[in-house]
Design a protein around this ligand. Structure first.
Ligand SMILES: *[C@@H]1O[C@H](CO)[C@@H](O)[C@H](O)[C@H]1NC(C)=O
Ligand SMILES: *[C@@H]1O[C@H](CO)[C@@H](O)[C@H](O)[C@H]1NC(C)=O
Ligand SMILES: *[C@@H]1O[C@H](CO)[C@@H](O)[C@H](O)[C@H]1NC(C)=O
Ligand SMILES: *[C@@H]1O[C@H](CO)[C@@H](O)[C@H](O)[C@H]1NC(C)=O
Ligand SMILES: *[C@@H]1O[C@H](CO)[C@@H](O)[C@H](O)[C@H]1NC(C)=O
Ligand SMILES: [Fe+2]
Length: 463
């Protein structure tokens, strides 16, 4: 080899290894294919057999503590029954709860019958079977309630975002289901069906998405948050009510946390306190969301729920070029409170890629002091973006260069993550990319609880 070429080669290798400013921009490279939505006749969208059989079955937490479950489903032909029959494993006594159904119109689309039934006062940590539908179209499912709320209760959350309904979406869901970490509930960081990619936001794609994810969400709760693709704003066709399909289809227990809107609310689950916020609802001072959050944060009792988790669609810290600084106004508004109340982690989506930050804050600025740089802050959350579920818009490859100091790891690949709470001090977080085997972790991080641990976690090292 010519000596110059050798030097050039060495230079390239060294250049690539030298971390730009601290964090890792993973050099894993995947092929640049944008995957299409699965066709409507795909297996994942199959309509269950039987006249008027319940479909699109999904569950979410139905109260503030985890003893309630909201069961939702759709009947296509006629209202049928809104009754849920349920019983604990190894018991004979069958109980019933009766819900209600709603319908909505979207331009010239008429929804099927969307049933919502809340089951309350379940026993903690118990497997329940439940049955929907009538006659030969009865369908049976099951779920397990979480353990009683308490500081050292282990619990594993899955994290999925921006899922859509492409072949990649299906791979992400399969990887989540097959992950040996065994997520017990999903924190969904927004952007569900991407039905709005179709002319007139073809709401049949909301229905197909409901059938696609049923295989997971009928058996474990997905905790919903709304993204921009839930807005479905189409005033030129008379659809000026934001979030109409989403709020008719996905009920959440918002009233249990004193919220006035399903777009922001909180739940306790095991040892976690989860606050869901809405990036696309008013959040400035005096708005309902602001007032609710200001009332909510002081209520969190870290002796009862050590882990304080915030979920919002649009990330406050992201170093990808697309959507760069979209979360900036929200950051200016709320970051100070996340630091004050020691939020452990903020999970977001929106950016179709993966990123994890160090513990960082940027709250010293006061309009004239010029202090506007993010810096390491041992009381600040870690910000994690998992907008990599696999929708039809594809991945985002363009990154801010050099990699900002606060960015600890970033990579544009499809995947999902898990957050495994061990006890009040420790949680283990891992991100999985779809190209790897089910147990492979492409990025991982030990969390030390901000309230219960005096020593900082590994994040401190890199600043
Ligand atoms: C269900 O019952 C109806 C009549 O009650 C019948 O027409 C239909 O074929 C049955 N479907 C299945 C899947 O057995
Ligand atoms: C709704 O309108 C669109 C555009 O005019 C048309 O293509 C579609 O078939 C209509 N759908 C229904 C259910 O009428
Ligand atoms: C989706 O994934 C499931 C589970 O891996 C598989 O059985 C099914 O065939 C896939 N469907 C499509 C359309 O890719
Ligand atoms: C916080 O929770 C603990 C454990 O449940 C309880 O003993 C304590 O009274 C609570 N504190 C407040 C201020 O409610
Ligand atoms: C919490 O869990 C971690 C990881 O499993 C363990 O090392 C630690 O000893 C536990 N702490 C307590 C107080 O149980
Ligand atoms: Fe989004």
């Amino acid at each position: 080899m010519n000596r110059h070429i050798v030097y050039l080669f060495l230079g390239l290798v060294l250049g690539a290894l030298r971390s730009s400013n601290g964090g890792i921009s993973s050099r894993y490279s995947r092929s640049n294919d944008i995957s299409a939505d699965m066709p409507l006749n795909s297996d994942v969208f199959a309509v269950p057999p039987g006249y008027n059989a319940p479909q699109q079955v999904h569950i979410t937490q139905g109260d503030h503590e985890g003893r309630g479950v909201i069961v939702s489903w759709v009947t296509p032909n006629e209202p049928g029954s809104s009754k849920v029959t349920y019983w604990a494993e190894n018991t004979q006594l069958k109980k019933h709860a009766v819900g209600k159904f709603v319908t909505y119109k979207y331009y010239n689309y008429s929804s099927p019958y969307i049933h919502h039934c809340t089951i309350k006062n379940l026993k903690y940590n118990t497997k329940y079977f439940y049955e929907l539908g009538t006659g030969n179209a009865t369908r049976q499912f099951w779920f397990t309630t979480p353990p009683e709320v308490g500081p050292d209760v282990p619990y594993t959350f899955g994290l999925i975002g921006d899922l859509g309904q492409t072949f990649d979406s299906n791979r992400t869901l399969t990887h989540y289901e097959s992950n040996p970490a065994k997520g017990q509930a999903v924190l969904f960081v927004g952007d569900l069906s991407y039905a709005d990619a179709y002319p007139l936001h073809d709401n049949n794609r909301w229905d197909s998405w409901g059938r696609f994810v049923e295989r997971s969400v009928a058996y474990q709760p997905w905790i919903w948050s709304a993204g921009n693709h839930e807005i479905d704003f189409l005033p030129e066709y008379g659809e000026g009510e934001p979030f109409k399909p989403y709020t008719h289809r996905y009920y959440v227990p918002y009233e249990a946390s004193g919220s006035t809107s399903p777009l922001w609310y909180s739940i306790k689950r095991a040892s976690a306190y989860i606050i869901v916020m809405s990036s696309y609802s008013a959040y400035g001072m005096y708005t309902p969301q602001y007032k609710w959050l200001m009332n909510e944060l002081p209520k969190v009792n870290r002796t009862e729920t050590p882990w304080l988790i915030v979920v919002m669609h649009c990330p406050l810290y992201s170093s990808y070029v697309h959507h760069y600084m979209e979360g900036e106004t929200m950051r200016v508004m709320y970051e100070q409170y996340f630091v004050q109340y020691k939020v452990d982690v903020v999970f977001s989506g929106h950016v179709h890629a993966y990123e994890r930050t160090d513990r960082v804050s940027n709250i010293a600025y006061n309009i004239e002091n010029g202090l506007c740089n993010p810096k390491y802050d041992g009381s600040a959350p870690v910000y994690i973006t998992v907008g990599d579920g696999g929708n039809q818009e594809g991945l985002l490859y363009e990154m801010v260069d050099p990699q900002p100091k606060y960015s600890a790891f970033r990579e544009p690949s499809y995947g999902h993550a898990t957050f495994e709470i061990k006890n009040r001090t420790t949680a283990y977080y891992a991100w999985h990319r779809n190209q790897d085997g089910y147990s492979v972790e492409a990025d991982s991080f030990w969390f030390h609880n901000l309230y219960w641990t005096s020593t900082s976690d590994s994040s401190a090292a890199s600043f």
